[in-house]
Design a protein around this ligand. Sequence first.
Ligand code: NAD
Length: 239
Amino acid sequence: MSKIVILTGAGISAESGIETFRAEDGLWAQHRVEDVATPEGFARDPKLVVDFYNARRKQASEAVPNAAHKALAKLEKLYDGQVILVTQNVDDLHERGGSKNVMHMHGALNSALCPACDHRWPAPMVMATGNACPKCAEPAARPDIVWFGEMPYDMDEIFDHLAEADIFAAIGTSGNVYPAAGFVTEARRAGAQTVELNLERSVVGNQFAQHRTGPATRIVTEWVEELLGNAVPARPDFR
Ligand code: NAD
């Protein structure tokens, strides 16, 4: 059975109104990554960090899935093979777009984590600092987000899938954050066809055999229809 492994990044949610990492006027631009996306930043100023993710959770809850999220859900449902969806995104637009199996390698805004016992539970819309863990009562609840310097989730499983991939696609990700940026190398090693779908070439763009350039809502929809045999293949963009 053929296997497609898909990695998505912030670019797939951009047309739903959620800023990417580098959007000039976005939430990220108002804060330093070291302050809001590292364990050290959380230890220094937990309220700043919790408030930052409260704002992102609110924004994500008000966003709606776009045509690209829905196209990937359609692919999962109708493809005659296995579709593995791995996202770096912490929003839940893939799930609300209809995808059933999503691996959130960088965590999820709608989840809370106890660093003392690793218990996870649904995060309230507004988290407070020092909330008690419902399992071990340690007053140390934090957003269930993988911060810089921490180990992303599901790595063994993801690398197993990459080793068996027939097609690897990266959608809307800049290739700046590892280990995700290295997935293409792993997939190539396994002999997979590789395709990058993005507004522009990413920093690891030269690793991909094929490029499709444009907004995700258009190019992902077209790509999915081709994979499902419903469309005339577009001419690949080898620029
Ligand atoms: P990034 O911001 O570094 O890169 C975004 C990429 O998307 C860029 O390559 C850009 O060219 C592309 N892009 C922008 N708009 C697009 C569109 N309409 N169609 C297609 N491509 C488009 O994001 P990243 O690579 O995912 O890495 C940043 C980190 O920040 C990740 O770890 C992620 O967890 C986190 N993040 C998540 C969200 C979210 O959950 N929605 C949002 C911002 C950042």
